[in-house]
Design a protein around this ligand. Structure first.
Ligand SMILES: Cc1ncc(COP(=O)(O)O)c(C=O)c1O
Length: 386
């Protein structure tokens, strides 16, 4: 059976050019970048080149890029490192209610350990963070505000320029998780008042397990792990040289393809939205109708369980996702969908369809043709919704 992959927000396949570059590193560059002899210097040169590629893509300086093991670590380093650097002088975190678990659970863990206080900013029914609330939540003890650039479940693009300005005026650090947007939306740190920015490679056709944190010059971020002192002591541990090479090249390719792909994918996205909303499946769009990632369509469907829907679509050959997760036999709706004010039962039927570079019109039409039958089948087999 032909498979149609429509879950590019979960991860993207590695670009063949990136895979080749990484294979060359594994084959030809055995050195540790910290070694001062030839093999080490060759590895160091590759890490430096990738740092230039990432820095150039976001308008940063070389010294402002810290490589990490991915988006989760970048978010942890931003929040934990910034609060730690304040040494108890400031411990407040203000975050939007729809942040990724890498931000929310990190902040909550810090609260549980008495290291931080957390205020969650609500979002509008269309998933846009409440800027006035964020401004009012900042106080003299606030260390950092964290609002993502674009949401991973509903694709909404957040007003980070406005939030950044408020943070700058109030003397508070601003972190943005740009994991979902880094390959798709332009972001120049010279134009947006962001101090810390997380990204990873696997959302823009690079490898999994590698990412970066942009740290604006002068921003104090304490290290959260101890060891050999790599990355100027900000993120210690031997660098993932091949992964970093993959990240740098994937970023460069993403920037090159951005305009053309964003336009092409947004046409597929809009066709998906129109097709699903017009299909006999009782679907409602989640997130903002226009201020959303070019590749992301998301819905809630009445009377279906998200986990069952994903499983049934999988059997029909389609890979998509749901914010709802199955925990101990029950479906737990996603915090993002609940934050939109959607009731728990309806929130359980969330569906996310995200297109990518390889998605064609035929893929989208095949999905739209299959969806009503699949939904009818699972509704029929779920007596409670019959
Ligand atoms: C918005 C957002 N932040 C953070 C992460 C975590 O990144 P990683 O998978 O590189 O740890 C993800 C990945 O799903 C994400 O979508």
């Amino acid at each position: 059976m032909r498979r149609v992959y429509l879950d590019h927000a979960a991860t993207t396949p590695v670009d063949p050019e990136v895979a080749q570059a990484m294979a060359r590193v594994y084959r030809d560059v055995p050195g540790n970048p910290s070694s001062i002899y030839a093999e080490g210097r060759a590895a160091r040169a590759l890490v430096d080149e990738a740092r230039e590629q990432v820095a150039e893509a976001i308008g940063a300086q070389l010294s402002e890029i810290v490589f990490t093991s991915g988006g989760t670590e970048a978010d942890n380093l931003a929040l934990r490192g910034a609060v730690k650097a304040y040494r108890g002088e400031r411990d407040g975190i203000v975050a939007s209610a729809i942040e990724h678990h890498a931000v929310l659970d990190t902040a909550r863990d810090m609260v549980d350990h008495g290291e931080a206080r957390l205020v969650l900013a609500p979002v509008s029914p269309q998933g846009i963070a409440d800027v006035a609330f964020v401004a009012s939540a900042i106080d003299a003890r606030t260390a950092i505000v964290s609002v993502m650039h674009a949401n991973n479940e509903i694709g909404t693009i957040q007003p980070i320029a406005a939030i950044g300005e408020i943070c700058r005026q109030r003397g508070v650090l601003f972190h943005s998780d740009a994991v979902q947007s880094a390959g798709a939306l332009e972001l120049d740190v010279r134009k947006v008042a962001v101090d810390l920015l997380s990204l990873n490679a696997h959302k823009f056709y690079g490898p999994k397990g590698v990412g970066a944190l942009y740290v604006r010059k002068g921003t104090r971020v304490a290290t959260i792990q101890t060891g050999g002192g790599q990355e100027k002591g900000r993120r210690t541990g031997t660098e993932n040289v091949a992964g970093i090479v993959g990240l740098g090249l994937a970023m460069t390719i993403a920037v090159r393809k951005r305009e053309e792909e964003s336009l092409r994918q947004s046409i597929l996205r809009d066709r998906l939205i129109e097709g699903v909303l017009n299909a006999p499946v009782f679907a409602t769009l989640t997130g903002h109708p226009t201020m959303r990632l070019p590749n992301s369509a998301s819905f809630v469907l009445e009377g279906v369980d998200g986990t069952s829907l994903i499983a049934a679509l999988d059997m029909a050959g389609f890979s998509v996702s749901s914010g709802s997760a199955c925990t101990s036999g029950d479906t737990e709706p996603s915090h993002v969908i609940l934050a939109l004010g959607i009731d728990r039962e309806l929130a359980k039927g969330s569906l996310r369809v995200t297109v990518g570079r390889s998605t064609t019109d035929a893929d989208v039409e095949a999905f739209l043709a299959a969806l009503p039958g699949v939904v009818a089948r699972i509704r029929g087999s779920t007596p409670v919704h019959a």
